[in-house]
Design a protein around this ligand. Structure first.
Ligand SMILES: [Zn+2]
Length: 440
């Protein structure tokens, strides 16, 4: 016993869905963690003998899996949840969302970000890629919550109440990047809003900025056929074609939506190693269309999954998003075997991690950050259990999550948050709702 290796934490679970290279699923599996990093994953019997842990967590009756990575989010928009539903994209955005958003204060955005973190931790999300304004307060909320995020301070080509010019936003990106430079859980990305709201010269300049700062570059692209016609009218090119003509399709790029992409464009995205984020709930709700996900996967495009903002979803629930991705993928391909459960779990973990340009995330494997989630297998809807991956994708609602851990710290456990006074938070949200109602 004397030669047992010490570690901070040893978790024992009934089942571990590792999402490692071999996609191992362990019955009676354990994970050893040191300094927030997974040092070993294997059968409980073996790890019990190999490790002397300072703390042991008993996850009997639980399925342990990697934390879900939400690859497209506008976290503070949870404050606008349900404010305008049942409208097409442009009418929803221009007549209903932007007029209120324009008036949101920094404090409200911070409050929205905190609510979003609480919602995501509750449903097993450990990291997200964001896009909004005042991202320094989103970063502060993420830091306090203990989560991970890539912050995307967003900009338009035209002056906004936030930034008189795109250059102001870019200075802000640099400031935010410096502010969180020493923080291992928070990074930044350059975030133009869309090809129809940011003119080509700013797309190019912002891409150069991303190269200079060695950051990801993310944008909403090819979200709907309507966007394609606007692009064609303005620039004589379809959205993907436009980016290609500007020489900004590369592995640094993450595109959100890609609903209206043709076969030629899909081949190009694969060739250029561009990352794509699929947002099925948002696409369905705004009637933007169904993304050709199986075609993209077949072509070798890395496709992750995101919720988009809560105004167009209206949840930040990656379990629901996984289920929808699988179902919509079948209808889109007219093939019940398309976008199968394992592909979907890969998308919401490993692929989403690559969309964040954080490829170490998304699996429970040696050397990876200890970001993981436990599902309660005693939930009636998770029994009987023939196939754990099927159960995660098709049967789980997200409310089976009993524990969420980031960097080896339990942030949520059985209704209790490590870093939130959730009652006080919800009280603040109720006050905010009154303010929003008065400013619509
Ligand atoms: Zn979006």
């Amino acid at each position: 016993m004397a030669d047992r290796q010490t570690c901070d934490l040893l978790l024992h679970a009934d089942m571990v869905v590792t999402q490692d290279k071999e996609r191992r699923i362990l019955n009676s599996g354990s994970v050893a963690i040191e300094d927030g990093i997974v040092v070993s994953v294997g059968p409980s019997e073996k790890l019990e003998q190999a490790f002397a842990a300072r703390e042991v967590v008993d996850l009997s009756g639980k399925l342990l899996m990697p934390g879900l990575v939400n690859a497209h989010c506008h976290a503070p928009m949870v404050l606008l949840r349900g404010i305008a539903d049942d409208l097409p994209l442009m009418e929803w955005l221009e007549d209903n969302i932007w007029p209120v958003e324009r008036q949101l204060t920094k404090d409200l955005i911070g409050l929205g970000a905190r609510l979003a973190c609480a919602e995501m931790l509750r449903a097993g999300v450990t990291a997200f890629l964001d896009g909004y304004i005042h991202e320094q307060v989103v970063g502060a909320a993420v830091d306090a919550a203990g989560m991970r995020a890539v912050l995307g301070e967003g900009f338009f080509g035209f002056p906004s109440p936030m930034f008189p010019s795109a250059q102001h936003c870019w200075d802000s990106i640099k400031r935010i990047d410096r502010q969180f430079a020493g923080n291992g859980r928070i990074r930044s990305a350059v975030t133009p809003h869309a090809a129809f709201t940011v003119p080509p010269k700013y797309l190019v300049k912002s891409y150069e900025l991303a190269e200079g700062l060695d950051m990801p570059w993310q944008i909403h692209l090819a979200e709907s056929p309507v966007e394609t016609s606007v692009c064609l009218e303005k620039y004589g090119k379809r959205p993907v074609e436009l980016l290609y003509s500007l020489d900004i399709l590369s592995d640094r790029v993450t595109l959100h939506h890609c609903v209206d992409v043709n076969d030629e464009e899909i081949a190009l995205l694969a060739e250029k190693n561009v990352k794509v984020v699929h947002n099925p709930a948002s696409n369905l709700k705004l009637n933007s269309g169904m993304s050709p996900v199986q075609k993209m996967l077949d072509a070798g495009v890395v496709v992750g999954i995101g919720t988009d903002g809560a105004a167009s979803n209206n949840q930040l629930n990656m379990f629901r998003e996984m289920g929808l991705a699988a179902l919509v993928g079948k209808v889109r391909s007219d093939d019940a075997s398309a976008v199968n459960a394992q592909s979907v779990l890969d998308m919401a973990t490993l692929n989403s991690a690559r969309c964040l340009h954080w490829p170490e995330l998304g699996s429970i494997a040696e050397g990876c950050p200890a970001d993981m989630v436990a599902l309660d297998l005693d939930s009636p809807n998770l029994q009987p259990l023939f196939n754990p991956v099927s159960q995660v994708v098709y049967a789980s609602s997200g409310h089976e999550v009993s524990m969420t851990m980031v960097a080896g710290k339990v942030l949520y456990h059985e209704g209790a948050y490590r870093n939130f006074d959730v009652k006080a938070l919800l009280q603040e949200v109720k006050q905010a709702q009154k303010w929003i109602n008065a400013h619509r």
